[in-house]
Design a protein around this ligand. Structure first.
Ligand code: NDP
Ligand SMILES: N[C@@H](CCC(=O)N[C@@H](CSC=O)C(=O)NCC(=O)O)C(=O)O
Ligand code: ZN
Ligand code: ZN
Length: 382
């Protein structure tokens, strides 16, 4: 029996309160309104940003909500006026929308899109309302325009892209955030060139994806900085040439900045913060080469945190930049990433260290805190 136009009751993991485990329960998902798409989410992974928002330090975090933004599934139904996807399409949800019409999309200068960002940040659909309700009839907020921690979700049509149906959704879900973010930051935001020197702070999925982007571009040196020696082997597998653990690899009087400058004859062409730690962001900037080195901030810092450095660092030519979703325009460029994955150019499977049934989602958040985990993929059919 068709579910089109009807509310669907399904299982979701609801974040009722910051700092508390998610509640796995049945919720009701309304049908999509005009320019909206209802997706049957097949697989989702947990990104560090989900844990960040659940912890309560996200200035935009609002509860109760359905978290999750690294997910893939199949379109169940579409609202009036939707032309970019149709029922049955295999899709990836996009937390960075692409409307192709707004000032941002038309600028040619950024992948940030202005179409739905304001309502997205408030946890509601573009018309200001929610499609999620719990069994008590209370509204649940959306998250990052995706809310993939639910067997069914509703997203704006500008926040979804159809992909090659032969690509496995239990892997391509990772293209919804971590892999695309790091890889794009290297090949688009920084536009690393052959022979460049690169340092990556934080060897999680985002950082290691920067590493693979830098390797694809032919960087001559790719130094990974992480506090955990368990990340050394992974770093090398993704293309790192060097690994530094600042808690044990620094000599008396040495700092991570002086060590990196010494290793690269004056500093790096590009550094990337993939930790969200503001002291690391400063170190990453100051490890850049005088005159031209660029530092790209990818990590997300807690509410109230600010970055600082001596202005002289910028006066003398170092550049601080940021990158969201790797600078990738989701609807225009995801197809290329999927085909790079299918042809073996882009590693994705290698990031999947754990798999769990969806109902085990709270343990997937625990996995994130362990050195042996890059990504846990959750199967929403279980
Ligand atoms: N801008 C964007 O578009 C996006 C931003 N993000 C953000 O990027 C960051 C990385 O995400 P993700 O890869 O999923 O996270 P992970 O937690 O998997 O990776 C972060 C890594 O950084 C390490 N680390 C922590 N502190 C330091 C430090 N002081 N020096 C060196 N390494 C350190 C961690 O080690 P340990 O595990 O031992 O703590 C871990 O290996 C997060 O802040 C996330 O919110 C994510 C996706 C998109
Ligand atoms: N809501 C936070 C900031 C969160 C943030 O920076 N998000 C990243 C993506 S993190 C993905 O895992 C991002 O791309 N931001 C750009 C955007 O438009 O949201 C806050 O208010 O500080
Ligand atoms: Zn993410
Ligand atoms: Zn736009």
């Amino acid at each position: 029996m068709s579910t089109e136009g009807k509310p669907i009751t399904c299982v979701a993991a609801v974040a009722y309160e910051a700092g508390k485990p998610l509640t796995v329960e049945e919720i009701v998902v309304d049908p999509p309104k005009a320019h909206e798409v209802r997706i049957k989410i097949e697989y989702t992974a947990v990104c560090h940003t989900d844990a960040y928002t659940l912890s309560g330090v996200d200035p935009e975090g609002a509860f109760p909500c359905v978290l999750g933004h690294e997910g893939a599934g199949v379109v169940e139904s579409v609202g009036e006026g939707v032309t970019n996807v149709k029922p049955g399409d295999h899709v990836i949800a996009l937390y960075t929308a692409e409307c192709k019409k707004c000032k941002f999309c038309l600028s040619g200068k950024t992948n940030l899109c202005g179409a739905v960002r304001a309502t997205q940040g408030k946890g509601v659909m573009p018309d200001g309302t929610s499609r999620f309700h719990n069994k008590k009839g209370e509204d649940l907020l959306h998250f990052m325009g995706c809310s993939t921690f639910s067997q069914y979700t509703v997203v704006a049509d500008v926040s979804v892209v159809a992909i090659d149906p032969s690509a496995p959704l239990d892997r391509t879900c990772l293209l919804g955030c971590g892999v695309t973010t790091g890889y794009g930051a290297a090949i688009k935001t920084a536009d690393v060139q052959k022979g460049d020197t690169v340092a990556v702070f934080g060897a999680g999925t985002v950082g290691l994806s920067v590493v693979q982007g830098a390797k694809v571009r032919g960087a001559s040196k790719i130094i990974v900085v992480d506090l955990n020696d368990e990340k050394k082997q992974w770093s090398e597998e993704f293309g790192a040439t060097d690994f530094v653990n600042p808690t044990k690899d620094l000599k008396e009087g040495e700092t991570i900045v002086s060590k990196l400058i010494e290793m690269t004859d004056g500093g790096l062409d590009f550094t990337f913060d993939c930790t969200g730690n503001t002291q690391v962001m400063r170190d990453a900037l100051e490890a850049c080469h005088k005159g031209w080195g660029q530092s790209i901030i990818i990590g997300v810092a807690a509410a109230g945190k600010e970055i600082s450095t001596r202005p002289f660092q910028l006066v003398t030519g170092r550049v601080w930049k940021g990158s969201a979703f790797g600078g990738i325009k989701g609807r225009s460029e995801m197809g290329g990433l999927v085909s790079d994955y299918m042809s073996g150019k882009l590693k994705v499977d290698e990031f999947i260290t754990h798999r769990r049934p969806f109902t085990d989602i709270n343990n997937a958040f625990e996995d994130l805190h362990h050195g042996d985990c890059l990504r846990t993929v959750l199967d929403l059919s279980k």
